[in-house]
Design a protein around this ligand. Structure first.
Ligand SMILES: [Fe+2]
Length: 432
């Protein structure tokens, strides 16, 4: 018997996660294990970020001209998003098809092609291989085999879809049409914000010592904001006493939460904050009240609005500040949050100045954003090694995951877990 005739059987060990199930059907509990388990993290990278989802990559305004590029991250995969000579948007994995080195090392730039420093394999702005040194050898020696075809060795491309100047990418042919993926509530509110061409004003990058999903939980939960963020409550940027809405996408994974400014009154606020220690400081005044001067861009009274799109995009409008936030996982216990601030192309200089002044509200050290990083770090710190316990998510009630006409609710957080569990294969038995 020759070696080739011996049948080879690869043993496939059962995946221990195949028996992992959500503990209840309405997602009012979340097992802490999902924030720390390495195997779950690996499955997230494959099934979520490289699965049938649309990941936010960048704004078109960041790569306006042919050759402009930006390096980003989808899950744990480095990606380049780039404008081709034809003016199209392309996205490709930033890892040389030869031996795996990072090809594009700059965060931004403009270039006709991208040579890898290691062996000078050279790629065009769509990621196709356009040059290979020593392809036919040197002085009759070496070279690639005669059947080497550069067209078969380009950088891995992502599908790209654009909406209102936002660029999304997907690794999967199974991701639905982008508009269908987003759903009507998200589309409606993206339409509201991206109503005309935008102008990028700047960036923040911050690292938070917490799992990426803890940030997504945080951003979907309006009820923490009036309690954790003293500045918000005290100066009325946001309070749970304000009129607002909580809107979900059909699968629950995306959400819009907003509040309408000045829809509460002093007596109601005092009553609501009675007993909360130091969260509402009625006698505080700002030394520079122009910080909160607000010239509305939209005429609906909404002063605070957060759109979240599973798995990696947040868009906010807080008074005059506008930004996208890209969530970049860094292992189980960390994330990078990448903020892109923008205004509109036709903004007058004073409007741009006001937006930049109000940046003090947001970002890593913002008066109303800095506490979020610390709050979720405290969660990550206290759940290390926890295999069985779950969090408790019942503000706003149990049962169906549906829109609410107020902001005193954690229903969007439950929606996130519903979509997460479906994508990961963790649905509770009863829901299957
Ligand atoms: Fe917050």
């Amino acid at each position: 018997m020759k070696l080739d005739d011996i049948p080879v059987r690869l043993a496939t060990a059962p995946d221990p996660l195949d028996s992992f199930r959500w503990p209840n059907a309405d997602y009012t509990r979340t097992p802490y294990r999902v924030f720390t388990d390495e195997a779950i993290h690996e499955r997230e990278m494959a099934r979520i970020f490289r699965g049938p989802t649309w990941n936010y990559l960048a704004l078109e305004a960041e790569i306006p001209e042919p050759g402009c590029f930006k390096t980003v991250q989808v899950g744990n995969v480095p990606v380049v998003v780039s404008r081709t000579p034809q003016g199209e948007v392309a996205a490709f994995v930033n890892r040389c098809a030869h031996r795996g080195a990072t090809v594009v090392r700059e965060e931004f730039g403009r270039a006709d092609n991208h040579p890898c420093i290691y062996h000078q394999w050279n790629y065009d702005s769509a990621g196709s291989l356009c040059g290979v040194p020593y392809r036919r050898g040197l002085n009759g020696s070496g070279g690639y085999p005669a059947d080497f075809k550069p067209a078969e060795h380009g950088l891995q491309r992502l599908r790209v879809a654009l909406y209102k100047g936002l660029i999304f990418g997907s690794f999967s042919e199974d991701a639905p049409d982008l508009i269908e993926y987003l759903g009507p509530n998200i589309v409606m509110h993206l339409d509201r914000i991206f109503v005309k061409p935008v102008k990028v004003l700047g960036y923040h990058r911050q690292r938070i010592s917490a799992n990426w999903k803890l940030y997504f939980e945080n951003i979907k939960d309006p009820y923490h904001a009036g309690l954790l963020h003293t500045f918000m409550a005290t100066f009325g940027v946001y309070r749970s006493t304000q009129r607002g809405n909580t809107l979900l996408s059909p699968g629950g994974g995306h959400a819009v939460v907003y509040s309408v400014t000045q829809t509460d009154d002093a007596a109601g606020v005092r009553e609501a904050y009675k007993g909360t220690t130091n969260k509402y400081q009625a006698d505080f005044e700002l030394a520079h009240p122009q910080l909160l001067e607000w010239t509305p861009d939209f005429h609906d009274g909404i002063g605070n609005l957060i759109i979240s799109v599973f798995p990696n995009l947040v868009v906010h409008q807080i008074l005059n500040t506008l930004a996208t936030r890209q969530v970049r996982p860094l292992g189980t216990g960390g994330l990078e949050l990448y903020w892109t601030y923008f205004g509109f192309e036709d903004d007058a200089a004073e409007r741009t100045e006001a937006r930049l002044r109000q940046l003090n509200l947001v970002g890593p050290a913002g008066y109303i954003s800095m506490e979020d990083g610390e709050a979720i770090r405290l969660v990550q710190q206290s759940i290390a090694g926890e295999r069985d316990a779950s969090s408790f998510i019942e503000m706003g009630g149990r049962g169906p995951i549906v829109d609410a006409d107020h902001v005193v609710t954690e229903v969007c957080t439950r929606g996130l877990w519903q979509q997460y569990a479906r994508t990961m294969g963790f649905e509770p038995e009863v829901a299957r």
